[in-house]
Structure formats: structure tokens, C-alpha cells
Ligand binder design. Structure first.
Ligand code: 5AD
Ligand code: SF4
Length: 441
């Protein structure tokens, strides 16, 4: 019997990419592949790439470069690069020049073609480059190999129409394409049948779900329908664009019992000037109004955000506006980013690019403030009894479990391994910046 071929996949970037990797794993498993954690042991090494910032791109060049030696020793090894990087023409040309030992390039729109592309390499022995510049209707029915038996990501839409001036995503993921609600229900019902309790709905901007479909359906309607799927206990979603949060959605957030009390609402900046140049299409005041409304209807909601420092032209006064907004909102946590110029986006051409040392100094101040706010928010939970989905064993202490509250906070608590995958009640006894500690109630 022939030895089973093994694949190693490294994923960079957002949850969309993680979800795409599950599809890739599903396709490979169907094609008879097994999986390994060691690139040198693999017959197929695949990098699912991200181009939202420069750092992950640089890592890809480094890691793929390092494989040159392993491939020299094992000439049959196939090295592939997929995802967002090859989707940019200029980047693709550069990779073709600098990484000639890569056998396969494909993009974000033609993942389903992977088995054929591998077949082509096997039969011709030649390098295969296939990038589609557009995505058509979402492709349904692809297999997926998911890691968890109790939680799952569900993509509800692909692409983005917003063209924030710093962002490459609309160029590499294409325009918004919503999946038909029936397909989503069917997938979620199938997941529930397999014992999945928590789903996270994914899209670059889930709030505009359905606008491109011929039928009348919006994101709130979708939540309403998914809330009725027996077996599903928790529904999360990400990401929301502040300009598209409707009153209807806020009411659904308040009323649908399975929809978790957590909203990830990227603000990016606190200064109206900067927000305008970012093409975010809301003001600081609009944003704060949404926050007030959400908190009015869902008082216990946890709010998280994405914030960028060093956008072109950001002055010290603009940055002070970001800090004051962070103080005013009191986020539970935030992802903080240094602006990274992306070729082909309008912001790259804007005057007054901020020097690196200023960007760094600003992000330190921002992180310091946010850490203080996170600890303050977490401290308020001391003594509360919260529902936690037990997700795994703590890395630091095997007698402890880790899990997440409905508000997306990490909790560490003593518990038996059998509880993993179960919903338990935990009394909170410790508050830290990034996690809570507790005991079973
Ligand atoms: N530079 C830095 N951060 C960026 N993001 C998107 N594009 C860039 C960029 N060019 C951040 C935004 C977005 C998050 C996913 O990544 O904050 O919300
Ligand atoms: Fe990028 Fe803006 Fe679309 Fe988010 S909404 S993916 S930041 S263009």
C-alpha cells in the first residue's frame, strides 16, 4: 500500500483565513491526505497568507525561504502559497521571482480547485499558478475539517464593499457576496446535529448581510432564524461596521437568548478628521451614539474594538482623541495596530506619513491605557456567576480548565477534563487584564 501523503498548513491572518484553512483541510482529507505538525515531514506544505499588514507578509517570505533546504532533500515536496498575498498581482510577481521553489499559487476565490491543481502538478511536474480575480456566487457543499467538536465558524458572506482607505481586503476578497440563508441554516443544523454548541458567524461586515441577495433578508432576520436551531446554545458574530448597525439588530441582540452579549465594533480612530480620511463614513459622535444605544438595550454587553495608530496625517491632537474615546467607551479589550501602508490603497499616497518611532510610541500609550480599562472592566465581574463554555486544559496547570464567557472573556477555573465542551457556571474570584479566574458555582 502506498504511504499516505501528509500535509502541513500554516495560516496567517483573520478568522476568514482560518475558516478557509478548514475547507482546505477538508478537501485534502477527501483527497486522501493526512496531516502533520512538522513541515519537514510533509509532502505538501501550504501557506495560507494574509496581506492586511506588512508583518505577516514578511514572515511568509522568511518561512518559505527556510524550506528551500528541506525541499532540496525531498524533491517531491510540494510547496504552495494561497490566500490573500497571491491575490495581489504585484506581490505575486515578487513571490514568483524571490521564491522560485514554490510549486503552487492559488488565491481566495478558487480554493475549491485545489485537488485539480495538485493533480496538475503531479501529472506535469510543473509550477501551477491559478488566481481568479473575482469571486462568483459562493460555492456551497465544500467539505471542512474542523478542529473543535463543540464550536464552529460559519461564513455568512464573503468580500467587502467598504473600501476603507487603508485596507487591502476589498481588493483581495472581492465585493460582498452573501450566502443564501437556506444554505446557512442547513450548515448550522448539520453542525448542531454533530454536537456543535457555539457558532461564530463570519463576514468582513456581517451587518450588511443579505443586501446583495434577491430575497428580502437582513442580518437580524438571519440571527432570528439561527436562534431557533435546537442544540445551538450560543451565537457569536464578527465583524460589524459601526455605520451599518441598525436599531433592529440592537433589539435582536437584546431579545434573542442565544445571541451572546458581545459586540466587536472596530472604531479605528477617535478623531473625526482621521475617520473621514479613512473613509469610515461615521463620526466619533455617531459611533458613541451606537455604543449608548447598545448599552441601553444590553447593559451587560462587552464591547471590543480594533484601533489603528499612525494613520497618515494623524497629529498628536488626533491621537489624543483616540485615547479619550477609549476612555469614554471603556472597551473590554481591543486589538491595536500600527498603520501599515498597503500598495494600491489610497492611504499609501496620502501626505504626512507618520514616522515609525512616533507610531510605536503612540501604540505603547494606547496599549497601556487599554490594559488599564480592561482590568477595570474585568474587576467589575468579581463575585458574579457567569456561564462559561469549557474549551480546554490550561497550559500552565493541567488541573485547570480554560473557557469563555458569553461576553467572550477567558476564564481559568479548576475542573475535570470531562467538562470540556460543556456549559458550566463559574463564580468569578479573580480579575486580570486578559482573563478572569473562578470556581465552579
Ligand atoms: N494597517 C494597519 N492595520 C490595518 N487594519 C486593516 N488594514 C490595516 C493597515 N493597512 C486593521 C484594522 C482592521 C483590522 C482587521 O486590521 O484595524 O479592523
Ligand atoms: Fe477593510 Fe474597511 Fe472592509 Fe473592514 S470594512 S474589511 S477595514 S475595507
Amino acid at each position: 500500500m502506498a504511504k499516505q501523503r501528509l500535509a502541513f498548513i500554516r495560516t496567517f491572518g483573520c478568522q476568514m483565513n482560518e475558516r478557509d484553512t478548514e475547507t482546505i483541510r477538508g478537501l485534502l482529507a477527501q483527497a486522501g491526505y493526512g496531516f502533520t505538525e512538522h513541515p519537514a515531514a510533509a509532502d505538501l506544505v501550504l501557506f495560507n497568507t494574509c496581506c492586511v499588514r506588512e508583518n505577516p507578509e514578511r514572515k511568509v517570505y522568511g518561512q518559505v525561504g527556510q524550506l528551500k533546504e528541506a525541499k532540496a532533500k525531498k524533491p517531491d515536496m510540494i510547496i504552495g502559497i494561497c490566500g490573500c498575498m497571491p491575490q495581489q498581482q504585484e506581490e505575486l510577481t515578487q513571490m514568483l521571482n524571490r521564491l522560485p521553489h514554490v510549486d503552487l499559487f492559488f488565491g481566495t476565490h478558487n480554493i475549491h480547485r485545489l485537488p485539480e491543481l495538485l493533480h496538475k502538478i503531479a501529472t506535469t511536474g510543473e509550477q501551477v499558478v491559478e488566481i481568479w480575480d473575482k469571486g462568483g456566487d459562493p460555492i456551497e457543499g465544500l467539505p471542512a475539517l474542523r478542529d473543535s467538536t463543540f464550536k464552529a465558524w460559519v461564513t455568512i458572506m464573503y468580500g467587502c464593499n467598504n473600501f476603507c482607505s487603508y485596507c487591502i481586503v476589498p481588493y483581495v476578497r472581492g465585493r460582498e457576496r452573501s450566502r443564501h440563508p437556506h444554505e446557512i441554516w442547513r450548515e448550522v443544523e448539520g453542525l448542531a446535529d454533530k454536537g456543535i454548541k457555539e457558532i461564530t458567524l463570519l463576514g468582513q461586515n456581517v451587518n450588511s448581510y443579505g443586501q446583495d441577495l434577491e430575497i428580502e433578508v437582513d442580518f437580524a432576520d438571519l440571527l432570528d432564524r439561527l436562534n431557533q436551531v435546537p442544540g445551538i446554545e450560543r451565537i457569536r458574530f464578527t465583524t460589524s461596521h459601526p455605520k451599518d448597525i441598525s436599531d433592529k439588530l440592537i433589539l435582536h441582540l437584546a431579545q434573542l437568548e442565544k445571541v451572546c452579549e458581545h459586540l466587536h465594533l472596530p472604531v479605528q480612530a477617535g478623531s473625526n478628521d482621521v475617520l473621514h480620511r479613512m473613509n469610515r463614513r461615521y463620526t466619533r459622535e455617531d459611533y458613541l451614539k451606537v455604543v449608548d444605544k447598545v448599552r441601553h438595550y444590553v447593559p451587560d454587553i462587552s464591547l471590543t474594538t480594533d484601533i489603528m495608530v499612525g494613520f497618515p496625517g494623524e497629529t498628536e491632537a488626533d491621537f489624543a482623541d483616540t485615547l479619550s474615546l477609549v476612555r469614554e467607551v471603556g472597551y473590554d479589550s481591543a486589538f491595536t495596530f500600527i498603520y501599515s501602508p498597503r500598495k494600491g490603497t489610497p492611504a499609501t499616497e496620502m501626505p504626512d506619513q507618520v514616522p515609525e518611532d512616533v507610531k510605536k510610541e503612540r501604540i505603547y500609550r494606547l496599549i497601556e491605557l487599554q490594559n488599564k480599562m480592561s482590568l477595570e472592566r474585568n474587576t467589575k465581574l468579581l463575585g458574579r456567576e457567569l456561564q462559561v463554555l469549557a474549551e480546554g486544559i490550561s497550559r500552565n496547570d493541567t488541573n485547570m480548565l480554560t473557557g469563555k464567557t458569553r461576553t467572550a472573556k477567558n476564564v481559568v477555573f479548576p475542573g475535570r477534563q470531562e467538562l470540556i465542551g460543556e456549559l458550566v457556571n463559574v463564580r468569578i474570584t479573580e480579575a486580570h487584564t486578559w482573563s478572569l479566574g473562578g470556581e465552579l458555582a
